[in-house]
Design a protein around this ligand. Structure first.
Ligand SMILES: [Zn+2]
Length: 293
């Protein structure tokens, strides 16, 4: 049996897309159940790609991305944050050795320089860092900066039903919403010029990908969010058990993987412990990930 992955050292990796310099940051690590991360894929297959620990969990990155064009500084996917109980820290083995602040400092960016915030969906491991606790009160981590996310995801985060309650925490968004700092986006809307949200659904009601255009206005990179959590989840049926609508996940993943391979899109992966950037290549009926950056 192969041993579970050890947490790798953080090093800021970068690619350039059009006028955007895209930097892979870090907001710690966590471990989630391998079976839940791989759905119907048998352990005999997934454990070769993502080895499990003694509690059957696999190591996942929590990786915000920083997009800079000299005018805007966009933090894409704030991160998991630090509002966690001992029980949760243990269950998910949330490891905070490389925090958002620390990784920003490593690339010479002060949090006050961030001008825009966006998220692909409202799950706690993606937006928990948008809010901090100060003197017993929950307040925005980036004062005065709006968080852009899909409209339906804002509603699900603020008012999760019993089925969704395990994945959303109202406290991740309510402190922003009370201050008018939630920007609710519809499908196809631009977050910034050349940075566009595509609401796909499947993983969650409004789960989305975010594309980044090159100088010619061609979509040249895609932030996968949880539509494709790691560079190993690149075959359309490799759908997480967490996904709320697996049939829709299959459709949107098939369509977008085909497009990403055909157009050579640079992919940005939030949860892959080792590969922040990769493009896809089609080989017969399967896809292969080619790391970049
Ligand atoms: Zn998610």
């Amino acid at each position: 049996m192969s041993a579970s992955l050890r947490i790798p050292d953080y090093s800021p990796r970068e690619i350039t897309v059009g006028r955007w310099r895209i930097t892979a940051l870090a907001d710690g690590w966590l471990r989630l159940d391998g079976g839940a991360m791989w759905g119907v894929v048998p352990k005999a297959m997934w454990s070769k790609m993502t080895p499990a620990d003694e509690r059957n969990r696999i190591l996942l990155a929590l990786r915000p991305f920083l997009l800079r064009d000299g005018e805007h500084t966009l933090l894409l996917e704030p991160g998991v944050g630090d509002r966690w109980s001992e029980k949760e820290l243990d269950r998910y083995e949330i490891d905070r050795r490389d925090t958002l602040e620390e990784s920003l400092a490593r690339v010479g960016v002060d949090p006050s320089e961030i001008t825009h915030l966006a998220a692909s969906h409202g799950h706690w491991d993606h937006i928990g860092a948008a809010v901090v606790e100060r003197d017993g009160e929950l307040v925005p981590r980036f004062p005065g900066i709006r968080l852009a996310l899909p409209r339906v995801e804002a509603e699900m985060t603020l008012h999760p039903d019993p089925v969704r309650r395990g994945s959303y925490r109202p406290g991740d968004l309510a402190p922003l919403d009370e201050r008018g700092l939630v920007r609710r986006l519809d499908d196809g809307e631009a977050i910034l010029p050349g940075v566009r949200l595509h609401i796909l659904g499947g993983h969650s009601d409004g789960s989305s990908v975010i594309t980044i255009e090159d100088e010619e206005g061609r979509e040249a990179a895609v932030f996968w969010g949880d539509v494709c959590p790691t560079s190993h989840h690149i075959q359309p049926p490799y759908i997480m058990a967490y996904d709320i609508n697996a049939g829709l996940s299959y459709q949107v993943r098939s369509r977008w993987f085909e497009r990403a391979a055909e157009e050579g899109l640079a992919g940005l992966f939030y949860h892959d412990p080792l590969v922040p950037f990769a493009r896809l290549e089609q080989e017969g009926r399967r896809y292969r990930a080619l790391p970049l950056g």
